[in-house]
Design a protein around this ligand. Structure first.
Ligand code: NAD
Length: 260
C-alpha cells in the first residue's frame, strides 16, 4: 500500500516509534529512522528493517529539541528519498514531579521534545507534501492529551498541545490530500513506562510484576498493556484510502482509560 512512499518516524530507535516504523515498512514504505541509542545497534536495526521488508531505510540523528537539526533531518529525507510522505511525530520523554518541585529545565525539555518538535517537523515537511497533494501526519500524543494525571504537568500540557496542533494542521489542509491525526495510547510497556514501573516497585517495595499490575489497575480497565504493533496498525489505517476523510481526530487506544 505504501510502496514508493517514505515515512519519517521521530524517536523510532525504541518502543512505539519502532513499532510504527516496522508496520509502515511492512506496507512497503521506505523509512527514515531517528532517535538516540548505541550507533551499532541503530545500524543493525536500520539494516534489519530494510532487509526484512525489502525497503530502503536511512537514519538521521537529529535532536528533537533543536529546530536547526530538525530542519536538516527533513532536508536529508527529501534529498535521499524525494520527500516525506508520512510524518510520524513520536519522540517523547517523561518526568514525574509535582508542579512546585518540577525542575525548570525538565519542563523546557519536555515542551521542546514532546510539543515544539511536532511544530517544526510539520512546518518543514508540509511544503513537500503540498507539491504532491498527498501526505499523512500522525502525531503520537497520549491519553494525557485528553485527560490529566497528577505529577505529569509538563507531559500533560505538551500532549494537550499536540492534540490542539493536530486539529489546526488538519483544518489548514482540509481541502488537500494531506491529513493530520493524533494517536492517544494508554499504557504501553516501553522503556519510558518500564522506568515508571521500576520507580513504583522501588517506592512500594513490590516486585516488577506487582508494580505493572498496580499501574494498569489504576488507570487501564482492560488490565492489559497496549502494544506498539496495535498502534502501528492504527497508523497504517490512517495511511490507507479509507482514512482519506479522517481529519483532526485524537484517537485513543487505551484499554478503556478515557471511557471512565
Ligand atoms: P521510548 O523511550 O521507548 O522511546 C522514545 C524515543 O524517542 C526513543 O527512540 C528515543 O531515542 C527518542 N528520543 C528521546 N528524546 C529525543 C530527542 N531529543 N530527539 C530525538 N529522539 C528522542 O518511549 P515510548 O513509550 O515508545 O514513547 C514514544 C511516544 O509515545 C512518546 O511521545 C510518548 O509520550 C508516547 N506515549 C507513550 C506511552 C507509553 O505508555 N509508553 C503512552 C502514551 C504515549
Amino acid at each position: 500500500m505504501l510502496s514508493g512512499k517514505t515515512a519519517l518516524v521521530t524517536g523510532s530507535t525504541s518502543g512505539i516509534g519502532l513499532g510504527i516504523a516496522r508496520s509502515l515498512a511492512a506496507q512497503g514504505a521506505n523509512i527514515v529512522f531517528n532517535g538516540f541509542g548505541d550507533a551499532q545497534q541503530i545500524e543493525q536495526l536500520r539494516a534489519g528493517v530494510a532487509q526484512e521488508f525489502g525497503v530502503q531505510a536511512a537514519y538521521h540523528n537529529a535532536d528533537m529539541s533543536k529546530p536547526a537539526e530538525i530542519e536538516a533531518m527533513i532536508k536529508f529525507a527529501e534529498e535521499k528519498f524525494g520527500g516525506v510522505d508520512v510524518l510520524v511525530n513520536n519522540a517523547g520523554i517523561q518526568y514525574v514531579a509535582n508542579v512546585e518541585d518540577f525542575p525548570v529545565e525538565r519542563w523546557d525539555a519536555i515542551i521542546a521534545i514532546n510539543l515544539s518538535s511536532t511544530f517544526h517537523t510539520t512546518r518543514c515537511a508540509l511544503p513537500g507534501m503540498k507539491k504532491k497533494n498527498w501526505g499523512r501526519i500522525i502525531n503520537v500524543a497520549s491519553v494525557h492529551g485528553l485527560v490529566g494525571s497528577a505529577g505529569k504537568s509538563a507531559y500533560v500540557a505538551a500532549k494537550h498541545g499536540v492534540v490542539g496542533l493536530t486539529k489546526v494542521t488538519a483544518l489548514e489542509n482540509a481541502h488537500t490530500g494531506i491529513t493530520c491525526n493524533a494517536i492517544c495510547p494508554g499504557w504501553v510497556l516501553t522503556p519510558l513506562v518500564q522506568k515508571q514501573v521500576d520507580d513504583r516497585a522501588a517506592r512500594d517495595g513490590i516486585s516488577n510484576e506487582q508494580a505493572k499490575k498496580a499501574l494498569l489497575s489504576e488507570k487501564q480497565p482492560s488490565g492489559e498493556f497496549v502494544t506498539p504493533e496495535e498502534l502501528g496498525a492504527l497508523a497504517v489505517f490512517f495511511c490507507s484510502p479509507a482514512g482519506d476523510q479522517v481529519r483532526g481526530v485524537a484517537w485513543n487506544m487505551d484499554g478503556g482509560w478515557v471511557a471512565q
